[in-house]
Write a protein that binds this ligand. Structure first.
Ligand code: GSH
Length: 208
């Protein structure tokens, strides 16, 4: 494990956006201190290392303060993996679209979770119908592109996919049975020892 200027990642153990960074850091064998900020529904920028958006992840170190999971990952790849083995810097149209859809799906999850956590009866508001529908449509879109993911050749896309799917499965927000290819991919990618280290299923058994 390489010690890297005492970097700290403000995160939560269950945050899927933070897990993208944690899994990449595990691939690069980086020694990062994880600071659990607790409930991300709470207000006040101090607990988020000064992030004005009041969210995680935030990476902090010597002359280093970065918000946004993709920016943090691009920084780590630039600093610690010049060969870019995970193809973090890909700008291929397919990769960009996959990552945008995965980020959007993950943000829809956050909207639903924070709504529930804040005591909103989400089934009564159309606003949340769009979030739920965007998750369902994104899963359909990804299922149709399942062959673009290769569990035997882990890249940023596979990491991103498993972070989104494990989170959905862990919180039982969506039944993945109608998406058998994604379910198989999440099993196969999730079994990779480096990916397992950041898995939420270290906490409870996986539903099938
Ligand atoms: N675009 C951001 C999204 C981060 C995000 O939504 N994080 C969630 C936790 S998984 C959060 O902190 N949400 C608090 C909020 O949205 O108020 C990123 O990629 O880092």
């Amino acid at each position: 494990m390489k010690s890297r200027n005492s970097m700290k990642l403000y995160s939560t153990p269950l945050s899927h956006f933070s897990r993208k960074v944690r899994a990449v850091a595990d691939f690069y064998e980086l020694d990062i201190e994880y600071i659990d900020v607790g409930n991300v529904a709470e207000i006040g920028i101090e607990k988020y290392a000064g992030n004005p958006l009041m969210g995680v992840p935030v990476l902090e170190g010597e002359n280093l303060w970065l918000v946004d999971s993709d920016h943090i990952i691009a920084y780590l790849a630039r600093m610690y993996d010049s060969a870019d083995r995970l193809r973090v810097h890909s700008t291929k149209m397919d990769d960009l679209n996959i990552r945008a859809v995965l980020n959007g799906l993950m943000s829809s999850e956050v909207r639903i979770i924070l709504g529930k956590r804040s005591g909103i009866p989400i089934d009564e508001f159309r606003f949340f119908d769009k979030a739920k529908q965007s998750i369902a449509e994104s899963l359909k879109w990804l299922e149709a592109r399942a062959e673009r993911f290769d569990p035997k050749n882990i890249s940023m896309n596979e990491i991103h996919l498993v972070c989104a799917l494990d989170h959905l499965r862990y919180l039982e927000l969506v039944d993945l049975k109608p998406f058998p290819k994604l379910l198989d991919l999440s099993e196969a990618i999730g079994a990779h020892p480096t990916i397992l280290r950041s898995s939420p299923f270290a906490r409870k058994p996986k539903p099938r």
